[in-house]
Design a protein around this ligand. Structure first.
Ligand code: ADP
Ligand code: GLC
Length: 483
């Protein structure tokens, strides 16, 4: 039997990205494909994908999808990138909108998507051994596959892995969805397996019905078993703990490579980072209207501006941060309070601090390359991609010790020289500030220490190789494959 895996997700590079999920979907599948597996990905066909990639898509055909009262056509498209086949599901009304998620009919949109994913398998007559679903947008797939295709052994042979990227986004909807959009028997609500408060939860369905559940770092896998990180899913996760694996993310080391990145002013590697980063810092300062000074410590932040990311630990101490001899560049959008605080920062510290309010992938590359310190003091962080990219670009991550940040960043030990960044423990703005002050003092006053850290960060293995091997092992166990 072939070794085949279908990844179902709400977003994925190179086609569409709002956050780290897209980074993962754009890089884990092709690492697995390179290891000899038949790996395919299925995504909704959003307007932004149509605008940029329509000419490269091959139209496969249209079928009618029935799910509860939904009776709508799905048109399938296909493209191949780097050894991975991508399928797209087109439905004008559901997916051709400005954004990806956050609409009042998200439950209906993604009920349709998930049913269309399962029908696609029959339509293209490709029967994967494993479906790896991701986050709430695809959490219903294991249950739908089990309940709606019960009399087709080919569907029943498929094993299901459900990967949690962020437990806080759960896809919780009213119970009327059972009949209207999912076509599922109330039995699944009455037996409590997908019931959440008075409604249903796509995330909970994934946790309960998948054969294995993974999340994106070992520490987060452990944290979510507790009430404080469990987002009210901790009891059901504890019930599945034997099947819960924490596998740390990697990044696409071709897309994120300071040696070949065409968006940079100057390319560099671990041998040439001093001059390379200096040139990129100068270019960034010029681009953003900062005072040009290549020996000033530059702090970067590229993030969704939400409380998850510890943004308010920073905004509470902006004045103390900028009292130091540093520059601060912030790129991101999010909560109004955070955006307003950074707007205030920019207007109060002209030439020293800049806030770019928006989503800008190209600028993100230049910030990683031009920064000395990458700030990521998250309150919780399932894995985090930002700190991995930062390390590869020689920007030392300063993180809070939680989730994947704890698993990937080793704090500097000035006595042994060990470490690849800086970290602090408590959720406390002063602890963050003191750690940042310390990092800045190392930058100015302990150059050998700093150079050792940058070298360690740039040579930290942030690729997918090791973790892809763990996913492979999981699939092997599930399907009784021989390694
Ligand atoms: P999350 O998925 O929780 O937002 P991650 O650290 O896993 O956090 O991934 C965030 C990804 O999105 C990184 O690749 C980061 O560079 C990128 N990113 C975040 N905000 C922006 C932005 N405003 N512009 C460009 N890229 C961004
Ligand atoms: C989520 C998490 C982030 C993780 C990403 C990819 O967005 O917030 O920590 O890196 O998913 O798994």
């Amino acid at each position: 039997m072939g070794r085949s895996v279908l990844f179902a997700a709400g977003e994925g590079l190179p086609f569409i990205k709002t956050g780290g999920l897209a980074d993962v979907i754009g890089s884990l599948p092709n690492t697995l494909a390179k290891r000899g597996h038949d790996v395919r990905v299925v995504l909704p066909l959003y307007s932004k994908i149509i605008a940029k990639y329509y000419d490269q898509l091959e139209r496969l055909g249209t079928i009618q999808i029935h799910s509860g009262w939904i009776d709508q056509p799905a048109t399938y498209y296909k493209a191949e990138v780097d050894g991975v086949v991508y399928y797209f599901i087109e439905h004008q009304g559901y997916f051709e909108r400005e954004g990806l998620y956050g609409y009042t009919d998200d439950g209906e949109r993604f009920a349709f998507f998930q049913r269309a994913v399962l029908d696609m398998i029959y339509f293209i007559d490709w029967w994967p051994n494993v479906i790896n679903s991701n986050d709430w947008q695809t959490g219903m797939i294991p249950l739908m596959c089990h309940a709606c295709y019960a009399d087709d052994y080919r569907y029943q042979n498929i094993k299901h892995v459900y990967t949690i990227h962020n437990l806080a986004f759960q896809g919780n909807f009213g119970v009327d969805m059972m009949e209207s959009c999912l076509g599922l028997d109330y039995y699944y609500f009455d037996n409590g397996s997908i019931k959440f408060d008075t409604g249903i939860s796509f995330m909970k369905a994934g946790i309960v019905y998948a054969d294995k559940v993974t999340t994106v770092s070992p520490t987060y896998a452990n944290e979510i078993l507790s009430e404080s990180f469990g987002e009210r899913m901790d009891s059901v996760l504890r019930y599945r703990r034997q099947d819960l694996w924490g596998i740390v993310n990697g990044i696409d080391t071709k897309l994120w490579d300071p040696k070949t990145d065409t968006l940079l002013q100057k390319n560099y590697d671990v041998k040439s980072w001093v001059s390379g980063k200096r040139a990129n810092k100068k270019a960034l300062q010029e681009e953003l209207g900062l005072e040009v000074s290549d020996d000033t410590c530059l702090i970067g932040l590229v993030s969704r501006l939400t409380s998850q990311k510890g943004i308010y630990l920073i905004t509470d101490r902006i004045q103390q941060i900028l009292d130091m001899k540093v520059q601060f560049v912030v790129l991101g959008t999010g909560e109004a309070n955070a955006e307003n605080a950074f707007k205030w920062m920019e207007s109060s510290y002209k030439g020293q601090a800049v806030y770019y309010c928006g989503y800008n992938e190209e600028l993100a590359h230049r910030i990683y390359a031009g920064s000395d310190i990458f700030l990521m003091p998250s309150i919780y962080e399932p894995c985090g991609i930002g700190q991995l990219i930062a390390m590869r670009y020689g920007a030392l991550p300063l993180v809070r010790e939680t989730g994947g940040l704890r698993d990937t960043v080793t704090p500097f030990n000035e006595y042994t020289g060990e470490g690849n960044g800086f970290s602090f423990g408590a959720i406390n703005a002063d602890d963050m500030l003191h750690t940042l002050q310390y990092a800045v003092s190392v930058y100015y006053d302990n150059r050998p220490g700093w150079k050792g850290l940058v070298k360690a960060a740039m040579t930290t293995d942030v690729s997918w190789e090791k973790s892809a091997g763990i996913y492979e092992e999981l699939y092997y166990q599930l399907c009784n494959w021989q390694g």
